[in-house]
Ligand binder design. Structure first.
Ligand code: DQA
Length: 143
């Protein structure tokens, strides 16, 4: 069975309570439950992690490069700043799909740049929790 690593970046543990006008009222637990349903239906195994720490994301990606065949990641605020996460994705060679709840290109200028998109197989953004669902389906299709 193919294995996929799902990483939720900083502040995403607050989903549901955090700026609901932008990020919606769905909690991370609810998003994860939906992802696990898809995984069951599509017969893939998911490992789901949330961390607020950039280096932990780098470790998760690089230390597990032989364990997982795909990476679904919402790098959250690190999207816009993290050369380290971008480099980790390249170094691991794990096919990666980047997701965002909000459409970062409709938001503040500092969010309108992703350092991750250029090394991801694809990016899904702007559809709220559905971005994760579409992203996971697409990732399963390509691996
Ligand atoms: C986000 C967008 C980022 O700009 C922001 O820092 C987040 C969430 C999104 O899913 O829309 O924390 O990645």
């Amino acid at each position: 069975m193919k294995k996929i690593l799902v990483i939720h970046g900083p502040n995403l543990h607050l989903l549901g309570k955090r700026q609901p006008a932008i990020y919606g009222k769905t909690t991370l637990k609810q998003i994860n439950a939906e992802l696990l349903k898809i995984a069951k239906r599509r017969k893939v195994a998911l490992t789901i992690k949330q961390t607020n720490v950039e280096g932990e994301i780098v470790n998760l990606i690089t230390k597990n490069k032989h364990r997982y065949q795909g990476l679904l990641i919402n790098p959250a605020a690190y999207t816009h700043t993290s050369v380290a996460i971008r480099d980790a994705i390249v170094a691991s060679g794990i096919p990666t799909v980047e997701v965002h709840l909000s459409n970062i290109y409709m938001r503040e200028e500092f969010r309108q740049k992703s350092l991750i998109s250029g090394v991801a197989k694809g990016t899904v953004l702007g559809f709220g929790p559905k971005s994760y669902i579409l992203g996971l389906e697409a990732l399963i299709d390509i691996i």
